[in-house]
Every structure is written in C-alpha cells, then in structure tokens.
Design a binder for this molecule. Structure first.
Ligand code: HEC
Length: 157
C-alpha cells in the first residue's frame, strides 16, 4: 500500500517535469521576430517534426506550404511560400520565432500562431459555439515546436 502511494507520487513528479522545463507561451521573448533559445532547453527531433508538419491534426503546415522533401504528404497548398531552402533564408532562431508566432515576423499574416495561448481570436470551446472562458492551450507544445524547427533546419536547398 505504502509503496503504491510512493510510486504514484514518483510518476506524478516525472509527468510534471517536462512541462516545467518548457518556456511557457506567455514567457517567450521575441527579438525582432526570432526566439534565440530552445523552448525546451534541448534540440528537437527532425523526424518527429516532419510528422507534426504533415499531420492535419497537428501543424498541418502542408495545407499552406509545399515541402518538396515530403512527397508522401498529399494535397500540399500554396497559400504560403514553398518551405524548400527555408534554412538557407532564415536562422534557427528566426524559424523558431516564425513557427511560434509568425505575426512577430510577418505583420498581419494568415499563418496561425502555433505557440500562443491568449490575446488573439480563436474558435471557442470546441464545437460549442461559445467563446473560450480562459486561455486556450497552444496548438503545438514546446517539444513539437522544437521538432518542427529541427526539421526546417534540414531544408537547406
Ligand atoms: C493558413 C496557412 C498557413 C499555415 C497552416 C502555415 N503557414 Fe507558414 N506561412 C504562411 C504564409 C502566408 C507565409 C508567408 C508570410 C506572409 O504572410 O507574408 C508563411 C511563412 C512561413 C515561413 C517563412 C517562409 C520562407 O521560407 O521564407 C515558414 C518557415 C513557415 N511559414 C513555416 C510554417 C510551418 C512550419 C507551419 C506549420 C507548423 C506553417 N508555416 C503553417 C501560411 C501558413
């Protein structure tokens, strides 16, 4: 019994750790649109980032951007520029800033802010048609943002 309580506490502590290590959306510091340091304090995983970008349920970046290196992602859109060669045009810090909140780089862009919880208009509580009562969770968490940035850094030409 005692050991089960201890195990529960240990698991709860472990579950809380990654979240605590991430920079919260409201604490992110933008420097002319760029975010200098990793939101998680660790480098991202490019292969995981590719999944986030291609997934309709997550980043869905390909709905607006062509990524030639991702031929398996169907129905790529051209609302935004092709991301081919993005790492040659932007630094890692600039790409992190664009993915977290593109409005800090491109004034008035239609690109969603993926790491933001308040201060803009978003659909309300899912499908209820009611305005949200508090801050909404960001579309992507810090780990997913870092994974996407790691993938974008592979798009050199
Ligand atoms: C609703 C459409 C839309 C979605 C979804 C979207 N973007 Fe964009 N993105 C744009 C537009 C439009 C621009 C051009 C900036 C502007 O508005 O002038 C842009 C610009 C960019 C740029 C700079 C382009 C360059 O190479 O010079 C990057 C990098 C980028 N987006 C990455 C992403 C990533 C990564 C995702 C998914 C996590 C994403 N975008 C999702 C519309 C979108």
């Amino acid at each position: 019994m005692q050991s089960r309580v201890m195990l529960g506490l240990t698991l709860a502590t472990l579950a809380a750790l990654p979240a605590a290590a991430q920079t919260a959306p409201a604490d992110v510091v933008f420097n002319e649109g760029a975010i200098e340091t990793s939101l998680t304090g660790a480098p991202g995983d490019a292969a995981e980032g590719a999944k986030v970008m291609a997934s309709r349920a997550m980043g869905n970046c390909v709905a607006c951007h062509v990524v030639t290196a991702m031929p398996e992602a169907s129905f790529q859109g051209n609302v935004g520029p092709a991301l081919d060669g993005a790492a040659g045009r932007w630094s890692e810090a600039q790409l992190r800033g664009i993915v977290a909140n593109a409005k800090m780089t491109f004034d008035g862009t239609v690109m969603p802010a993926f790491y933001k919880t308040e201060g803009y208009i978003r659909p309300g509580d899912a499908y209820t048609g009611k305005a949200p009562t508090g801050p909404l969770p960001p579309i992507l968490d810090g780990t997913q943002i870092e994974n996407v940035v790691a993938y974008l850094m592979t798009l050199k030409d």
